[in-house]
Structures are given as C-alpha cells and as structure tokens.
Ligand binder design. Sequence first.
Ligand SMILES: NC(=O)c1ccc[n+]([C@@H]2O[C@H](COP(=O)([O-])OP(=O)(O)OC[C@H]3O[C@@H](n4cnc5c(N)ncnc54)[C@H](O)[C@@H]3O)[C@@H](O)[C@H]2O)c1
Length: 238
Amino acid sequence: MTAGRLDGRAALVTGAGSGIGLATAKRLAADGARVLTTDRAGDVDIVADVTEPGINAKLVAEAEARLGGLDIVVACAGITGMQPLDGHDDAFFDTMMAVNVTAVFRLMRDALPLLERSPHGRIILIGSVMSSFGEAGMTAYSASKHAVLGMTRSVAAEVGASGVTVNCIQPGAIDTPMTAPAFAAMPEFRQRWIDKAALGRLGQPEDIADVAAFLASDDARFMSGHGLFVDGGATQRH
Ligand SMILES: NC(=O)c1ccc[n+]([C@@H]2O[C@H](COP(=O)([O-])OP(=O)(O)OC[C@H]3O[C@@H](n4cnc5c(N)ncnc54)[C@H](O)[C@@H]3O)[C@@H](O)[C@H]2O)c1
C-alpha cells in the first residue's frame, strides 16, 4: 500500500465486478482515491453494459455528479475467447471488438473533457501480451488488444499537451474468472504459462492492480504512450 498517494483523486473503473478491475478499484481506494465502479455484473456502483450506446457518456456524467470530476479512468471491462479462422463467425469477432475496442474508444473520448480539467489526468487501458503477439485461435482477441495498444499510442500523442497520460498494461496469464475455465479444462495450458514466466507462476489480479495504481500516481507523471508487460517475464525469454 501507498496510503494517501491518490488522496483527493476521483477514479472510474470499468470491469470492476471481477478479476483485475475489482483488484484495481480496491487498490486505488486503498491509496486514497474515490472510486466509481461499473460492470455488467457484480457488486459495483453502476451495473451497465459498456457496449450500450451512450453509456460511457452517462458513466462520465455520473462520475462528475458523484465525485466532482475525474482524474483517473481505468478500462478493465473485457472479454476473451478462441475460434479458429476456418469457420470463425462474424458475431464473435464483432462482439470482441465492441467490448474490447469500441467501448474503450468511447470511454476515452467521453472522459477526456473531465480528465483535461485535472492536473493529473490518467487513462489506463488493459491490453494484453496479445497486444504485441499472436496465438492460434486468437485472431479476434489479439486484433482487439493490438487495437488497444494502438489507441494508447495515438491518444497519448494527441492529449499529452493537456497533461493527460495514457498507458496500457499488458498482462500475461492472470488467475481470474476469465482464465479459470480454460485453465481448469486444459491444465497443460496453465502449466505452459507458469513455465513461460521467469517468475514461475501465474499472475494474480493484484499484480496488475498495483501497476495500475502506480500509473495513476504522480510517480508515473512523465510516462505516456507505453505498453507495459506485466507478465512475470514470460515474453522476454528466448
Ligand atoms: N486474466 C488474464 O490472463 C488477462 C490477460 C491479459 C489481459 N487481460 C485483460 O484484463 C481485463 C480484465 O480481465 P479479467 O481477467 O479481470 O477478467 P474478468 O472476466 O474477471 O473481468 C472482466 C470483467 O469485465 C466485465 N465485462 C465484460 N464485458 C462487459 C460489458 N460488455 N460491459 C460491462 N462489463 C463487461 C465482466 O463482467 C467482468 O467482470 C480484460 O480486458 C482482459 O482482456 C486479462
């Protein structure tokens, strides 16, 4: 904990009902931020689907009404899934892009006016190691996560003059409800990620949340446009 380093800051966290988003909301609050949480399910302040047209603007308006402004936006809502290209259906691809890309783009766009009013505006996106690499069966997911990193770089360049920073965390395999079914069904897949990681374990949601809190803090004030691998060293091995 770094109690007090986010005192007075207002944060909006999507996907805060589970996994990385839940841990991030808790960590930001532990560091002193007032946090508005949203998800389509779970114990959150606002239950909403981020793909609903106009919802991101509503979430931002709620943040302004309840918190008096917005300093930190963390976009954790996301979905995953595998489909081979042969027979890959359009709806699967479109849904992946709607949740992982379009909703994130709209959230950044709609939150920007409030973030620009903050002396320490922060946009923190959750990409993936799949923002930089690919995997068989992961066409839709890796396309969506590459898009997240691309948006990070472009928006960082565009909004930097206003003092807002934009960064993207690229988690490796994290033990969350998202990965639990695949890890349970394919223990060898789980073990492959443990073996890949230099640190020899899966990540925990807090491993990502703690980096998000760092990016939200003044310590990260001169960092922008980055994709940060937080994967136990998995992608840096030969
Ligand atoms: N777990 C991993 O190994 C891993 C690795 C790399 C990246 N990520 C990314 O981290 C982020 C969080 O994933 P997680 O592992 O915590 O998974 P999770 O399933 O525990 O949490 C994701 C949350 O997003 C919410 N969500 C999904 N679609 C939504 C929608 N349309 N509207 C509102 N909320 C919606 C879900 O309800 C859920 O609570 C995702 O973007 C995921 O792609 C996870």
